[in-house]
Design a protein around this ligand. Structure first.
Ligand SMILES: Nc1ncnc2c1ncn2[C@@H]1O[C@H](COP(=O)(O)OP(=O)(O)OP(=O)(O)O)[C@@H](O)[C@H]1O
Length: 316
């Protein structure tokens, strides 16, 4: 089990600024935690601390009940059983994709090494590029080589910092399914830092939502999606309408309601939520409608585009 406790962390060159505070979570083999949060909230810092790149004075990282020694105790930071794929890709540009992966294998048995390279190429969908020089690959293909390299020696923990940022959305979905299934099947603990809530919702067992280095929400994807209660929290899942409770029949005691576009629809009867249509955006399966009430913006989904300037009534 991986256990992470960070009471507080500041970078040594800016010790007066707290970057992370009061974080505590654990992961069993095969579990996947997605760390979600706005730019600069501390996602990469958290991964780097777990990996052992920064000394953690106030807190600890334990793997199977043994405290991991940080960089002050180790000549080369990091642990053999843990790999991190960050935005600075650890790849060798002037050798082939297969060589890049094989470099991390034992290299005692050519046949089994070759089979392992093929297995990993399949996970990251790079079979066709096995003998291509890495320097000749696109940014997204290089990211996939870095993931395969990190997996080569079967780590027990894999840390992924925005691993799919350069990969097009068609391939991204397939790749994410393959990679996260592979990690689960291989009992590898995974922590991924991402801005992409779709990825966190679909593939993580738990999500840690950070704000200014602190835990904003923690729980299963279903829990986060169904119980957010601020604009920041909801904003990771879509456009948020902030609505006064008196405009909708509800039992909430909150000062405002925070609703995603799929939670509002047009009502054939009059309601207190009468909005003026501003714009319609085609989203493929529906239109996202932007409307206003007084000076507040309201977002809802509708099967058709609506005419700007018209008024409609909305309900939950
Ligand atoms: N080496 C460093 N020294 C001092 N401050 C740093 C250092 N690295 C990062 N920071 C600061 O720590 C904070 C958190 O940065 P971090 O990179 O962890 O955020 P992030 O959530 O991963 O952001 P992004 O999503 O943009 O990658 C930021 O305010 C950043 O400026």
């Amino acid at each position: 089990m991986l256990e992470v406790t960070i009471d507080k962390f500041s970078y040594p060159n800016a010790s007066e600024i707290l970057i992370l505070e009061n974080l505590s979570f654990s992961l069993k083999p095969g579990e996947h935690l997605a760390v979600l949060g706005e730019s600069g909230c501390g996602k990469s810092t958290l991964l780097s601390i777990i990996y052992g790149l920064f000394h953690l004075e106030n807190g600890e990282v334990k793997w199977n009940e043994i405290k991991l020694l940080g960089p002050t105790h180790k000549l080369i930071p990091g642990e053999l059983f843990m790999k991190m794929v960050s935005q600075d890709l650890d790849i060798m540009p002037y050798t082939s994709v297969a060589e890049n992966i094989a470099e991390h294998l034992n290299r005692l048995d050519k046949i089994s090494d070759n089979a392992r390279v093929d297995e990993l190429l399949e996970v990251v969908e790079l079979q066709a590029f096995k003998n291509t020089k890495v320097a000749h690959l696109s940014g997204g293909q290089k990211q996939r080589v870095a993931i395969a390299r990190a997996l080569a020696k079967k780590p027990e923990i894999l840390l992924l910092d925005e691993p799919f940022s350069s990969i097009d959305s068609f391939l991204k979905n397939k790749l994410r399914r393959q990679l996260f299934n592979y990690l689960k099947k291989s009992n590898i603990v995974c922590i991924s830092a991402t801005h992409d809530s779709e990825e966190a919702l679909a593939f993580a067992d738990n999500i840690l939502l950070l704000k200014n280095g602190k835990e904003e929400m923690y729980g299963t994807p279903q829990h986060l999606f169904n119980s957010f209660s601020t604009e920041y929290q909801g904003g990771f899942f879509g456009e948020v309408s902030v609505i006064e409770p008196k405009l909708l029949p509800t039992s909430t005691t909150l000062k405002s309601l925070y609703l995603l576009p799929h939670q509002l629809k047009i009502s054939a009867e009059k309601t207190s939520l009468k909005v003026e249509i501003q714009e319609s955006f085609f989203k493929g399966s529906h239109y996202l409608i932007i409307a206003t009430i007084n000076s507040n913006t309201v977002y809802f989904n509708n099967p058709n585009a609506l005419v700007a300037g018209e008024f409609v009534y909305l309900k939950k």
